[in-house]
Design a binder for this molecule. Structure first.
Ligand SMILES: Nc1ncnc2c1ncn2[C@@H]1O[C@H](COP(=O)(O)OP(=O)(O)OP(=O)(O)O)[C@@H](O)[C@H]1O
Length: 243
């Protein structure tokens, strides 16, 4: 992400005055690493994800994902997105297997008929996140942690080389946290890249190789030990965590 500035349009439901959501934000997410994205509520983390997914176009600056534009990266399945659990409607009438299978859609013709190799990729992804036994359950009937695992599996089935995860550990059970962390480690060990936002600063040193501290601008970026200093945290979180 190079010097990205983005201001939500006026009339989009919230206040559009004040600082832009992103203000000349610049940072790298390296392959082979898990990068943690941290910042207070409203700091711009979700906006970073939307820009990386090509859902919004920056007013200025540029983004590149393994040599592609965000749009191309999304369309070709190079980049996968794991939404916050609340983003899934409880009545969403599709099974876990169906959600994971949507990761294959980009590869299918207009009939969207799954081939054997697609079904195999879906099964393998379900196994990897330990949801094989819940594959036929409606996704709205899963716990928050299981839902998150289902969307991680969708990214795996898709063959995404870059995974973006928005708060994957908020309120999840220990097993889901362990499974998701294992998947992220596995992906980076195979040369993939991971960007994960989290409010759990204590978990970051074990989770992330690199940390980006955002507050509309990027306040600091580097190894956890260098970024998570009392000075940086006070700058970003103020009294919230700077004790
Ligand atoms: N659709 C929108 N319309 C107008 N302003 C928005 C919109 N979405 C976000 N914003 C504003 O942009 C800024 C960045 O918001 P963003 O959602 O990216 O923050 P965040 O770091 O993801 O927050 P949280 O931790 O609460 O999820 C905030 O000031 C927010 O109010």
């Amino acid at each position: 992400m190079r010097d990205v500035t983005y201001r939500y349009p006026a009339g989009s439901g919230r206040r559009a005055e004040g600082p832009p959501a992103l203000d000349r934000a610049a940072f790298d997410v390296r392959t082979g690493e898990v990068t943690g994205l941290i910042g207070v509520n409203g700091a711009g983390k979700s906006t970073v994800f939307k820009a990386l997914m090509g859902i919004l176009r920056p007013d200025s600056g540029s983004l590149e994902i393994l040599g592609r534009t965000p749009d191309e990266a999304r369309r070709t399945g190079l980049v996968g997105y794991v939404p916050q659990a609340e983003a899934v409607d409880d009545d969403f009438p599709v099974s876990v297997r169906d959600v994971v299978a949507t990761g294959r859609y980009g590869r299918l013709g207009i009939t969207r008929r799954l081939r054997q190799e697609d079904r195999d990729a879906v099964d393998a992804a379900l196994e990897q996140v330990e949801l094989g036994d819940l594959a036929d359950r409606q996704v709205g009937r899963l716990s928050g942690g299981q839902r998150r695992r289902a969307f991680v599996a969708r990214g795996l089935a898709q063959g995404a080389q870059v995974l973006l995860l928005d708060e994957p550990f908020a309120g999840v059970d220990a097993r889901s946290e362990r499974v998701i962390t294992g998947v992220l480690r596995d992906l980076t060990a195979r040369g993939g890249a991971v960007l994960v936002s989290t409010h759990d600063l204590a978990a970051l040193p074990a989770l992330a190789d690199h940390v980006v501290l955002v507050h509309h601008r990027v306040l600091a970026a580097g190894p956890p030990g260098e970024v998570l200093t009392p000075e940086n945290l006070a700058l970003s979180f103020g009294g919230e965590v700077a004790r």
